[in-house]
Design a protein around this ligand. Sequence first.
Ligand code: NAP
Length: 300
Amino acid sequence: MSKPMFENIALVGIGLIGSSLARVIRREGLARHIAVASRSAETLKRAKELKLGDDYTTDARKAARGADLIIVSVPVGACGAVAEEIQPALMNGAILTDVCSAKSSVIAQMQPHVPEGVHFIPGHPLADTEKSGPDAGFADLFDNRWCIFTPVPDTDPDALERLSEFWRRCGANIDTMDPQHHDMTLAIVSHLPHIIAYNIVGTADDLQSATKSEVIKYSASGFRDFTRLAASDPTMWRDVCLDNKDAIVEMLVRFSENLSFLQRAIRWGEGGKLFDLFTRTRAVRRSVVGQDVGLADFGR
Ligand code: NAP
């Protein structure tokens, strides 16, 4: 096996993303030592049982001490407090990164706590499942998924390349963009679909119990696809909504306008308008499926 890329990686947060990282770091031999930190003793105990690291602590600062790569994998709303907590332990020359789903907010929360000489490189692996916690992770989670960096001004190109190589070895493809663009893009490709799913499933759950049992019985007709997204972690998605508010509200406004158009076409029996829209959206599906099966699409 080749020389590890990092001497000591600190994983602050060991849920779905942190534990998937732990597994792939181990499999690929990317670190000589993995320090695991989690807020609760319970999660930490489970991480230990799963042998995800070498050291375990509920003290994030202790985990970060002496680490040359620190990866923060906690809910968006907790990033600022974590950065403040680990600040005194951050080593000169270390790379500090995160995996959070909303970037402008994370930068605003974390950057003020980053000491001079530490390379802060915000990141986001687009690797979703609806599960959470250390048991949910797996080493292949990032295979052929995008990892997007939203570098801050004056990011050291060598540190960025080193972190990019780390993620490539974890299986991911790399892209970079500015944080606002990331947040707007993710609002439509990820955040809005989750909000719509939460709303559809919530609406069904409000129905009278007789109808509700039929919803479950006949769910394969479409509803089931939404329940996977609507089963996603409530803390994570509460934070994404609050921390990417502007972009999400902008997309919701556009969505509501288009919904009114659809509603009107249905009410007035304007079949041509419906047919045209459904034809256009069918073409989008074909390009997205191409992405899943690795066809030459979206740069994959
Ligand atoms: P998760 O499975 O729920 O794990 C969360 C981890 O953060 C746990 O170790 C948890 O500790 C810790 N934590 C929770 N609240 C905290 C707080 N207030 N302060 C400090 N630590 C706290 O979450 P995840 O799915 O790995 O998500 C982590 C991050 O990755 C989020 O920012 C999310 O936006 C991003 N992300 C998620 C996905 C996805 O599909 N899930 C995909 C891409 C990016 P305890 O369990 O000990 O409380």
